[in-house]
Design a protein around this ligand. Structure first.
Ligand SMILES: Cc1cc2nc3c(=O)[nH]c(=O)nc-3n(C[C@H](O)[C@H](O)[C@H](O)COP(=O)(O)OP(=O)(O)OC[C@H]3O[C@@H](n4cnc5c(N)ncnc54)[C@H](O)[C@@H]3O)c2cc1C
Length: 307
């Protein structure tokens, strides 16, 4: 998980143009990119999801891109998502789609962002595919929750990601208690200041467990998005305590991470979905994956040095 100092330093460095250039031009980083990203094209992600489906694992389709700064860019992303929905219908793959709201214009036009997401949700709902909203940096949390609040009434199947590392999350969730929100619970992947986010693993895990219990008691179909065995064990215990069966919650993991555990849980009869990113705008996503794990960072830096 990102919260340690090394990870935060890496995310800081990743924003420097020379690091961006070195990484994106270095061919030796290709194996690392391939590990975490399905490929540049929608068809790459479709292929990966078909393969996951053959192992009884669902997909979460993610078109890479974030921080869009103009209306044309937001429109293009929305159009690409609509194409993806059509492709889901044609292929019959079992997948949801996940969107970052800054990709749909949240940073400069919340109304437009809502319109885009409404269209995507309408088309996806018509073919019975779920839509999930990623949670981004803390500066976007309130607006992201607002968009969810607006659309949740018309699309109760929408799923929203919330971050356990943010101190505010229990209070935010409580404001949704009356609608029994459908949530993806994550630890949180961005570099956030101490005033806003727990930094210590122990504190983040404690809040993750608290929120897990809240979601089993007051949410709908909770999704535990983690690879952390202790947190997954706690989710299973909470499920038993609250009378939820294996079918009543979901485990979500990332493409390229803990494939063994994904398979094992699916074989045990748990509902498992894997987040499958595709597209050319992979840089910030990959930097977060590198930051999450010192071993990734060491491997990546060695590859960069060779390149
Ligand atoms: C489906 C899904 C959706 C997500 N959506 C969001 C979102 O919307 N917003 C957000 O802020 N964050 C999101 N995240 C990322 C999340 O916040 C964490 O940063 C990430 O999941 C790592 O934390 P962890 O809970 O797996 O626990 P950790 O304690 O970090 O990891 C547990 C174990 O998993 C393995 N592992 C974890 N990460 C990696 C990695 N990168 N490479 C290799 N092995 C690894 C290691 O074996 C590690 O020991 C999402 C994660 C998942 C699984």
């Amino acid at each position: 998980m990102m919260a340690d100092m090394l990870g935060r330093a890496w995310l800081w460095a990743a924003e420097k143009p020379w690091v961006h250039k070195t990484v994106t031009q270095g061919r030796l980083t290709e194996p690392v990119v391939k590990r975490f990203i399905a490929g540049n094209e929608l068809e790459d992600a479709v292929r990966v999801i078909k393969e996951l489906n053959s192992r009884s694992i669902g997909g979460i389709l993610d078109l890479l891109g974030e921080g869009v700064t103009d209306a044309d860019g937001a429109q293009a992303a929305a159009d690409d998502y609509l194409i993806a929905v059509k492709r889901i219908e044609e292929t019959g793959i079992d997948t949801t789609i996940s969107v970052k709201l800054t990709q749909l214009g949240l940073a400069f036009d919340k109304g437009q962002c809502i319109d885009h997401l409404r269209r995507i949700a309408a088309e996806a709902t018509a073919i019975d595919a779920g839509v999930e909203i990623d949670m981004e940096q803390s500066g976007y949390v309130l607006d992201t929750l607002d968009v969810y609040r607006v659309l949740q009434t018309d699309f109760p199947g929408l799923r929203i990601a919330v971050q356990a590392y943010l101190r505010r999350t229990p209070v935010d969730l409580q404001t949704f208690a009356s609608v029994r929100p459908k949530v993806r619970l994550v630890k949180g992947a961005y570099a956030e200041p101490e005033e806003l986010a727990f930094q210590k693993q122990k504190e983040i895990d404690a809040q993750y467990k608290f929120l897990t219990e809240w979601l089993f008691e007051k949410g709908t179909d909770p999704a535990m998005a983690t690879h952390h065995s202790d947190l997954l064990a706690h989710a299973k215990t909470t499920a038993e305590r609250t009378g939820a069966g294996k079918e009543d919650f979901e485990v979500q993991m990332l493409y390229g991470v803990r494939r063994d555990l994904q398979e094992q849980l699916a074989k045990e009869g748990y509902r498992v979905r894997v987040y499958v990113p595709y597209g050319v705008a992979w840089y910030p996503y990959l930097m977060r994956r590198i930051a999450e794990r010192p071993a990734n960072l060491a491997f990546f830096l060695r590859a960069l040095a060779r390149g």
